[in-house]
Ligand binder design. Structure first.
Ligand SMILES: C[S@@+](CC[C@H](N)C(=O)[O-])C[C@H]1O[C@@H](n2cnc3c(N)ncnc32)[C@H](O)[C@@H]1O
Length: 290
């Protein structure tokens, strides 16, 4: 394993939890619920050949190994070789011979043939792909007729539109230049037209699937507004980041002069202590048949 992991692997292994055991446990519990629903939607049976796209550290693929019996196989694919090595190390040795790991981008699955898989799964991957339609063409191509996709995606466009300010904060009390230094690396102002993580919703996912040729397309979408956000410890707030492409706040603060760092830290600390603010979330499960 390389000593310095790439941004995907670093986030999956530690940055998403801010090195905090409690946050890691909470996240694991939440993700297991999503994993189980996504796999139920996939209707996997013994002997199935599964492709888990953007497999990460194997949340979906490792669990899928339990469903495929003696003759099935799971292909773990991801754009990041570091991620694949972390995933491989987590797969129980009992499954040796029943899986393969392949470095592939979701929108170009060129090592796989047409009609190769019974099921394609992906959780929180399409959002990172710029050419989403191409990815759906590829999912369709590699599935056998009658094969299924089962996908889960957060719809960040919904949160971006309803809650466009970082932590619901008004940065106007800070100098404009300083607010840019804090918000720029986090992707603010949010761009719901050009940012691949923000520029699509569940209807776009439906359209991509339909255009690729899928039938029996089903979208289950959930919109949530919470008024109370659970606070993580301040250290965790500094060490963690919301997605693999965002740096932790600690790294942003370390780019500032001492004076700017004090101002920014005080400003963020007062926001972090505020327990009541709105949070908007949208989550989508998509299933379809070739
Ligand atoms: C948020 S993680 C999700 C990982 C895993 N699916 C899970 O459910 O935990 C996103 C994953 O997508 C991978 N990824 C990003 N862009 C990709 C692309 N174009 N093709 C394939 N995988 C990609 C990243 O390396 C990372 O492992």
């Amino acid at each position: 394993m390389p000593t310095k992991l790439d941004k995907w692997a670093d986030w999956l292994v530690s940055r998403r939890f801010g090195n905090d055991k409690n946050l890691a446990l909470q996240t694991k519990a939440r993700l297991e619920i999503i994993r189980d629903r996504l796999l139920r939607n996939a209707s996997i049976s013994e002997g199935n050949k599964i492709l888990d796209v953007g497999t990460g550290d194997g949340l979906i693929g490792i669990e899928a190994l339990k469903y495929i019996g003696d003759t099935g196989k799971v292909f773990f694919s991801d754009i990041s070789q570091d991620v694949l090595e972390i995933c491989k190390a987590k797969i129980p040795s009992a499954y040796l011979g029943k899986f393969e790991c392949c470095q592939q981008s979701a929108d170009n699955l060129n090592i796989f043939s047409e009609n190769e898989f019974d099921v394609v799964t992906a959780r929180a991957v399409v959002m990172y792909v710029s050419h989403k339609q191409e990815a759906f063409y590829e999912f369709y191509r590699v599935l056998r007729p009658g094969g299924r996709i089962s996908i889960f995606e957060p719809i960040n466009k919904f949160s971006a539109i309803n809650s466009p300010d970082y932590l619901d904060l008004d940065f106007s009390s800070l100098k404009h230049e300083l607010s840019l230094k804090i918000l720029g690396p986090l992707g603010y102002p949010l761009d719901t037209i050009n940012n691949p993580m923000l520029n699509f919703d569940e209807r776009d996912l439906f359209r991509f699937a339909e255009e690729a040729g899928f039938k029996d397309i089903k979208i289950e979408n959930c919109l949530i507004k919470t008024s109370k956000i659970m606070l993580q410890p301040w250290e965790v707030f500094l060490e963690s980041s919301a997605n693999p492409l965002a740096p932790p706040m600690k790294d942003i603060l370390n780019t500032l002069s001492l004076e700017e760092k004090c101002l920014a830290t005080n400003f963020l600390f007062s926001a972090w202590k505020r327990p009541l603010r709105s949070g908007y979330h949208s989550e989508t499960y998509l299933t379809a048949v070739k």
